[in-house]
Structure formats: structure tokens, C-alpha cells
Write a protein that binds this ligand. Sequence first.
Ligand SMILES: [Zn+2]
Length: 643
Amino acid sequence: MFRLAFVAMGLVMLTGCSTKDNGAATTSEPAAIAPILDRADARDQHSYARPLEARVYHVALDLDVDFAAERVAGSATLDIEAAEDAREIVLDSRNLTIRSITAPDGSALDYSVGEGSEELGQPITVELAGHERIVIDYVSAPDSDALQFLSPAQTAGKVHPYLFSQGQSILNRSWIPTQDSPGIRQTWEARIRVPNPLTAVMSAPSAGDPVPDGPDHRIFSFAMDKSVPPYLIAIAVGDIVFRPLGLRTGVWTEPAMLDAAAAELADTERMITASEQLFGPYRWGRYDMIVLPPSFPFGGMENPTLTFLTPTFIAGDKSLTALIAHELAHSWSGNLATNATWADFWLNEGMTVYAEQRIVEAVYGEEAYDQAVSLSLDATDGALAELERRDQVLAVDLAGRHPDDGFTDIPYDKGAAFLRTLEAEVGRERFDAFLRRWFDDHAFEPVTSSMFFEAVAEQLFDGDEAKIASFGLREWIYEPGLPENVARGNPEAFAEVDAAVVEFDGGGDPAALGWADWNTAERLRFLGKIDTDLSDERLAALDRAFGLSATGNNEILFLWLKLAIANRYDPAVDRLTRFLTSQGRRKFVRPLFVALAADEEWGLTIARRIYPRARPLYHPVTFQDLDQMGLDAARTGSESTQS
Ligand SMILES: [Zn+2]
């Protein structure tokens, strides 16, 4: 997933669905219960599943998408591998209505739905009675955490409704009753019934052309024959069209956005080639992308074979396409070798940021790489200054907390700094060989911090305790702060911009600075480094010189609006209002509302005016904690579990 908090990226260059006789479940061999899940740090406290007793290894969905009721209904057929003495299997769910659970022959199985918790949802315990396949007939709740139903007004085309899902971290249990734990990999298939003329796409290859089902519906089929962590099962349904961008890549989006999306993504095939040179073959077949409506809460989500993207990365000049390098890199780090639990999220994201920077270097050159590294270190320093010590640790302790509490810049940027420091220690050639072996050794497997520690100790430090200690391997993974040996990168990466910052802070005229010649990374560096205490006159001069209010680059606009709020700059409020009511990317929306709400005399009134209008556009991931801030009289004090 791309960036929850701020980290800049910088380049000049982001049915009547029958349930019992559908025959949807094909056979797929059970993967052996992975011995990895036996490790102490592979025990997932965010799932009720007990995979060492019984685990799901294949899911077959047969679902009807009901836009009027804003829910999905149908069946999930689960193939199960159980230990010899196992009598039951425990699944995860959240607010699902279970209509029946049966064996394939239709006989009812005993089951119970536990009370569970607000945080984790409800466990479903099913008596197996010797069966290795069970069929769950169910309906999702209208406010499912994972599914966002959009009205036509919330789309670009304004004519048809839209649905998309977001599974990470523990949201998919709100529409799929399975073992929702990243360490429990499952192959899957789906039949999805949608109203005409909408198209369904999923994070799996299509399994044939859509089939008409009555006069008004079609059924789309998909099959993922590689085992994935269940948070990577994803769906989008809407009035969408496809355009190929290369031999194995293309883009889906609404017709009105197709030209802009395709132009912005023109470098994708080059990025795939660069990635393969670094990390080995791309193992997922096609790499397609879908550019979603503006309410998508994240920058991107690395759903296999179909990356989900925010439209806010479209700047018109490919200047924010490091986002694509990031999501593509997840095809190795995250999707191939996956954190066994959310406490090891850094193994997904730190490795991906490191890989993203290497792809950027290969495609856009050394200067772009130096600048990306420098911005990532800034983010690390910023996070360390802000976060409690326990949250500064890569292998973070999430006991009693929601996984999203660990989704800070630490796993992303301190994680990348760790890998870059390892690279500096052993040399790039050796480190690259290590990474390739890591992905080969753990392809389609869960991984943990202790596994990474052991691999580094053995393969890069030859098991030499003195070398391991002098590098600080344990400190890097298990302790707060930033070890002193961190590879700082090129200090000259932003030499010109940093000189301009000094000039501006000393009262210099912004029109005399080199803004027009700077790339996006340089512009972000400048806006992130200048003194934030500015008069209205200085802000007006900045806006005049750089055209900040009119920029089409949302990362730059975001920094400008933060500056404006910090200085109660009234002329920017209209632009701020438009930004907050036209997209729902949490990275942008949340900090701006937090900054407004913190200013009780000026900002809070503005926030209370904007929020009730903006909220209908937002995904639950974006609005849940904003609801707690008293911005909407109608919602004050409502319950929330998301951080
Ligand atoms: Zn990511």
C-alpha cells in the first residue's frame, strides 16, 4: 500500500446466484500446513483462525452485487486442510449475516458465530464432521468495511454506480468469510453477478468471457491459481473500459479518464523490465492497473495482477509515477513473500520502498534516486520525532492494538533505510543476490522478522556474531530510534534547493528562485523545508511566483494547503474546500482536517463547514477517525475502531 502518512516521491519524471449447485469450486491441491506458522512471531493476533489445526487453502466465491442494498450476497465454498484430530475450523467475519453452512452434499453443519470484538469482528466456528469442503451462504452488511458503493454522482461519468473493495489490513472479513490472516495463503476463484452494462474486475486473471444471466445481468468469472494472503482478494465494478499499454500491461478506468490515465502510465512496461532485472522474473502473468474514482482512500493497493490506484497521482507530466514503481515492487515484496502478521508490516513496505527507489534509479537515473532516498530519510526523521518509542520499532508490538496503528512511516522509510544500510555494508552486488534469493526462497510464503534476521546473519554476515553485533542487526529490527550507521545517501541531492530555502527564509523574493526548473521532488523538498511561519504577503508572493493554488500536482497542492492552514491564510480556503470535497485519499484528507481542527479559533469552523459535505465521498478508512473529531454535529461520539 502506498503511504498512509506523508512521504514524498520525487521525479520529474503516481443472480440469482445459486449457492449449492454452482460447481464453482474446482479442485486445488492443499498446500501443506506451513511450518512457518509455528514460529513464535508468526502467530497472528488479528485473526481468530487456528491454522495449525485447520486452515482454508482455497476459496470459491459466487456472489451477486446488489447496488440498491449496497451489499453482496451468495456463497463462499472453502476447501480445508485439517490436522487429523481437528473437529472444527475457525473463520473470521465481520457483521456478515450467515444464512447456512453446509457440506457439499447439502447437509447442514453445526456452527456458531462468537461475540468477537469491535476490533476483530466475529469468529465463526464450524463443526467439520469429517468434511474437507464447506459452503457458507451469506450476505454482507450494508456498511461493510471493505466495500465502498459509490452513487453515480461520486464517479467521473455520473451515470452508473460503482463498487470497489479494500482488503488491507483486516477488512476483507466484512465480505468474505474465510481465515483473514496474511500468513494463511489461499488460492481462489469467483463468479460475480453484476447489472448491465457494468463490468467486474478482480485481482485475478479472468476465467472466460462474461456470460449473460437473464436480461439485465452478466456473470464475470475469475481464477487465481497462485496462493495469496486473503487481504489481496479485491473487486471493482463500474462503467469501466480497458486500454493496453504494453504486451503484459494495461489500464482499466472510467471512459472519461482513460486518455489521461493511459498517458500517465506510459512508463509501466519499462518499470516491469527494470524490476525483473533487480528481483527476478515477474511471476503473476499480467500487470494491469485500475484508476479508481477519487474516493479511493489510498495512493495505491498492490492487488495481484490488478493494482488499484487513486486518480490523484495523475499530474499530467508523469511526475508522481513513483507510485507505480512502488505498487509494482509489491509483486515481489508483500505479494510473493508476505508479512505473516501485521507486526512485520515493514517486511512488506520497507522492502517495497527500497525496491521502489531502485526501480526509480533504473528508469529515471541517479539524481532521481538520490532525491528519493533523501526525502525518505526526511520522512524517517520526521516519524522518529513524532512517534512514541514503541512505535519506532520495525518489528512493532501490536498487542491489543489495531494493525493500522502500526501503519506509520517507520515500516516504510526506516525499513528502507535499514535495507539501504545493509546494501552499503556488504556491497550492492552481494545484497542484490541476497534479495533475489530471499524472494526465491520465500515465494508464495509468509515471512517474519526472525526469518529475515536469520537470513541476513547467515548469508550476509556468515553467522559471525561479532559482525552481526557491530552492524547492529538486532538493534535495527527490534529497537526504537535510528542506528548510527544509517546510510545517509548523497548529501548534495538537493544542494540547489536547500540554498533556495535559505534565501527564501532570509526574506528573498520567491520569483527569483529556480522553481520553474525544479522537478517535483525538488519542489516538495522546498515546500517541506522552508520556515512555516509566513505572513499573508509572503504566502501571496509564493502563490503568485509558483502558481501553487492552480497546480495539478496533488502532492504539491497538499503541502501548499498545509502551509496555508498553519498561517490562517483565508485566500486559500476556497481551494482547500474544493480539494477536500473532490477526493478522499486519506494521506491528504486526514492531516488537513487534523490541522484545521487543532486551530479552534479559525480552522475548526472551516472544518465543520467542509466535513459534512465531504464525508459522503470518503471511504470508511478515511472517515472513521475523522468522525471522532467533532466535525459533524450529527456524528459526534459515534463508535470507531480504525485509527
Ligand atoms: Zn506499499
